[in-house]
Design a protein around this ligand. Structure first.
Ligand SMILES: Nc1ncnc2c1ncn2[C@@H]1O[C@H](COP(=O)(O)OP(=O)(O)OP(=O)(O)O)[C@@H](O)[C@H]1O
Ligand SMILES: Nc1ncnc2c1ncn2[C@@H]1O[C@H](COP(=O)(O)OP(=O)(O)OP(=O)(O)O)[C@@H](O)[C@H]1O
Ligand SMILES: [Mg+2]
Ligand SMILES: [Mg+2]
Lengths: 159, 165, 159, 165
């Protein structure tokens, strides 16, 4: 196997376990290379266990647990291989408020090193943003950018 | 290589020329359903050279041109410009600021500009190839797509990791 | 074509156009039978136009517009062919607060005739419910049912 | 044919015997991520005769049996009972209340009860066939599934309508 891949994989493996434990407040998460006849046919599996629960198929996780697990993997990869900017479109839609706040704090802390642009309708995420951009449709079918302050954005989402 | 500015004109619901100045750190785009937030994300994909109409939620590539509404008739072209802060020299160009423009006409013709110079689409692809903003990178996660990596087959996931590595 | 299908289809067609206009505050929605050599090979297409916008491919609609359109179709079918009960699991996840409120009012009005059980983490939906059931995990990995009042549920979702 | 009561025991995260009394009108089930809300929806599908492990988010049918946790060891069976108000006689039985029970053991054996009488799975299916609660009905919309009807091919959608009609 490509030495560079092996090194990167090991780093992402460690980061994933770490990010998961922080984001879920416990639990374990392992990235595993599957067996195969040839090195380059090996795939990557996720073995994940939310705090207090047993390890089961990824499919049995709840909608929010799956979204949060995927977010942890994304952050682990970015930690090992930083990207210049990251654009996230409503990735926290399935999270409850408690998890949205954890997610938002995490993005905010990473955003010291990477630029993050997040599309969201969640209050917890808005509160952590350094800048807010409002998009409205004042004229039929046409988007208009408006500057919004946090309290205005909060009013916008509190119907 | 942070994004400094995005300019949209005729791209999907951005019938009027619109400039968005981004800051470093964390920015949030908010607004009601259907207002145009994900269209902004599509615009970034598009100007970086996206070739799949499906990824842009359309059926053909010129579905990105403003089709008209009750308040304005359709336009005949779409144009997006993305301006980067390049003082880290992440992009292999001797400029502190790099701007990429993509334009498509209803006739089907396309234009690509790099710092106002005409280039080909493959030059745009080439430019971003080693910056971590390439095709399968994690720079852009679309709406409804976050858990997709969990549904991938182990070997597909391996391919994604290879690209990240 | 099966006469019964034709009649039902026409009724759903009318209901869909009506529900859509109410839910979206305008716009048009048509159910169309596609052409085919034989009657029973004809399919059903949706042609939808949110208020003020042009009709385009369904795929170009926003996440929230798609969810709301699907919800309208569901309600149209239920209006024509009532079901004894309806269980909806977080169907309003992609909706902004304004649309959640519309959705919730609609469910509440239909629930006079049909029983509705909705899983939700949206405040607007909770406020319209006649009864609230809280599910928590007091013991590791084990679900416990707790009775919740609206203000307690609201606190639960306001982190 | 409204749902009066749902009893779960050993089904997924419902390791302890749990009874949920439902009312008419609109009920909302709330709680944090992973607490068990969708598992309740799975329980209703399952007791009505769901045969696809995938629809229940598992790999095999006995993935629905409580697998254990830090606070309790695994159980060897799962059981769900659903009780209906039948005074409209929607179900073709001469009872005002109809209860359906499904049980599965880790060994793979299954039991089905209708008003405490042993029946076969196909009897359960038959019973619900004309009530609008059948396989492809709109009675249950799972998490993440609402827009699926928009992605269907026109003929798939037609098939869904045929079933509704
Ligand atoms: N070429 C086009 N011309 C005009 N309108 C278009 C065009 N392409 C897409 N649209 C419109 O853009 C709207 C969708 O915008 P977008 O996906 O950005 O919404 P959004 O703000 O992300 O909403 P949500 O919160 O629901 O995700 C749709 O109503 C669609 O009809
Ligand atoms: N057989 C089983 N034994 C024990 N735990 C199980 C079993 N099957 C599923 N689970 C657990 O149930 C949890 C998911 O529950 P569920 O999908 O009901 O959550 P939810 O309340 O709907 O959350 P969300 O708001 O995120 O959708 C997972 O953590 C999963 O591990
Ligand atoms: Mg969107
Ligand atoms: Mg759920």
């Amino acid at each position: 196997m490509n030495q560079r891949f092996q090194t990167t994989f090991t780093q992402i493996q460690t980061a994933f376990a770490d990010v998961f434990a922080q984001m879920f407040g416990g639990g374990t998460a392992r990235l595993v290379l599957t067996d195969a006849e040839y090195e380059d046919e090996r795939g990557i599996e996720l073995h994940v266990q939310p705090p207090g629960k047993k390890m089961q198929h990824l499919s049995l996780l709840s909608g929010g647990e799956r979204a949060l697990t995927a977010i942890c993997l994304l952050f682990a990869i970015i930690r090992v291989r930083p990207v210049p900017f990251s654009i996230l479109d409503e990735v926290e839609a399935a999270l409850d408020e408690h998890n949205v706040n954890r997610f938002a704090k995490y993005v905010h802390s990473y955003s010291q090193d990477s630029q993050f642009i997040v599309v969201t309708h969640r209050q917890g995420t808005m509160e952590m943003a350094d800048a807010l951009y409002g998009v409205t449709m004042q004229q039929a079918g046409i988007s208009t950018l408006v500057s919004v302050r946090l309290d205005e954005a909060q009013k916008m989402i509190q119907s | 290589m942070q994004i400094k500015r995005l300019e949209l004109y005729g791209f999907k619901t951005f019938a009027k020329r619109t400039t968005i100045d981004f800051t470093s750190g964390m920015s949030a785009i908010v607004g009601p359903n259907g207002s145009g937030k994900s269209n902004i994300v599509d615009a970034v994909r598009w100007v970086l050279g996206e070739q799949s109409a499906k990824t842009l939620r359309g059926a053909k590539m010129n579905d990105v041109i403003f089709k008209g509404s009750d308040s304005q008739r359709q336009l005949n072209f779409a144009e997006v410009t993305l301006v980067f802060d390049n003082h880290n020299q992440t992009l292999p160009l001797d400029y502190r600021e790099v701007s990429v423009t993509r334009r498509v006409y209803r006739s089907g013709e396309s234009e690509y500009l790099l710092n106002k110079q005409q280039v080909r689409l493959q030059d745009i692809h080439q430019l971003f190839l080693d910056t971590g903003v390439g095709k399968s990178s994690f720079s852009i996660i679309g709406q409804g797509q976050v858990a997709r990596i969990l549904d991938s087959k182990p070997q597909e996931r391996r391919a994604i990791f290879e690209e990240a590595a």
